[in-house]
Design a protein around this ligand. Sequence first.
Ligand code: GLU
Length: 524
Amino acid sequence: MSATATAPIAPLIDPDAPAVRVRFAPSPTGSLHVGGGRTVLFNWLFAHGQAKREGKQGAFILRIEDTDQKRFVPASVQGIFDILTWFGVTWDEGPDKGGPYGPYTQSERTERYRAHAEQLVASGHAYRCFCSPERLQQVREAQQARGQAPGYDRHCRTLKPEEVAAKLAAGESHVIRFAIPLDGETRVFDLIRGEIVYQNANLEDLVLLKSDGYPTYHLANVVDDHQMQITHIMRGDEWIPTAPLHVQLYGAFGWEVPILAHMPLILAPGGGKLSKRHGSTAMEEFRAQGYLPEALMNYLALLGWSYDATTEIFSKEDLLEKFTLERVSPSPATFDYKKLLWFNQQYINHILTLDDLTARVVPFLIAAGLVDPAAADPAHPDYARIRAATALLKDRLETLAQASDLMGYFLRDELDPYDPALLVPKKTEPAQVLNALVAVQQTLNGVDVADEAEVETRLRALADERGLKTGQLFMPIRVAVTGRDKSPGLFETLRVIGNERVRARIAAAIELLREQVGAAVAGD
Ligand code: GLU
């Protein structure tokens, strides 16, 4: 294989064609990899952004490629619809939407693939192969022993018609294989990679139709892309090795090859393929961890595409306005978890409105059991408290899921047990803190904690009176009401926790300290 970067073979968008039609064609075998998320995004942006900007109808088609029955995970079809909807892309035609070229699920189109495989047998471009799995295994082992690359040895390609007829009459199980030309070369024109030339002698006679009558990916994919009038095939780089066979198939059918554009690889931090070993890889995992679809979209858009050397934040609308396939680079992109987290933080801290952020935090709190499912209703009494807590904590949130850890003390009646030693700051003694908290209790008596200014004035005066640094007084209060030594500003924290819980928690801390001081006295 050799690659040469050449100018695009045709205008990127045919000026005479009324429509640009692209597709995302996932195999429902589990969750959607972020690489797939990036592929969907670029297809969608090309159809709904670039093509429409150029005055074309831009159609984005979702097709389910479920012909590999061994790897099929039925629930993942719905999973794909759900995660794409969450991600924020919309398809114009698809299994759930219908459209003029349906059905859009390959298992419902098997008759077409069978007919097309037979057509290629009839035209001499394909042949029936009766080789048993055992024979194929022997061939592979012999090739390995000779140090050759494994591949089908074309045993059945030269069967005589009467031999084929006899095997068929005897009901022998068989597959249909494509007959790759034995010499010459196959040229693949890729919009991003340039021209790639393959020597046919190095290509294999791959299976098109399996013995169970199901097509392989190659046959189904090519037939569908043609029948669905796909103009541009944009997919992951890992599909490049299949492109020469596909180009051959288009030729054998007498069809025009759509424009091919293989997206750059996504590498793991430090190189290599991005896999579970490096961290989350599925879109569903990022959703569950509280990444925002906007942040993930923004980040994935920049894996292989850039607008200029500096702009990083792109809303969905910005991307629709600015994305061009011409600016997708052939160089691999590295998946940087920290950078993704940074984008998420930007959206949480600066970009979403407080109401929007609150609405997205609530499901995580419900899932963690911190609030009742009814709290999702803005009219629910807990909602206002969640909103207030979100306002205080949003600058500390990197993901929505962190909210359940950070917001417990705002939302639960009882605090999680905490270490009483936290109540006693450096250079103070438990007895001293105990006295101070009793004084705090008295100072706050009758004061509404919603009146932050009044609470602050009183507590500062108390610290003065006791000869304590403010930190020495405020830290025990903070720990008493939150169970932690870190929280947002003390007075706003008290306000959101509310009168009743503040008082109960200070009383509980006093009890804890009494036990401690009592134990110390008893131990003297
Ligand atoms: N079904 C293939 C996949 O799962 C589609 C590849 C292509 O876009 O041609 O990725």
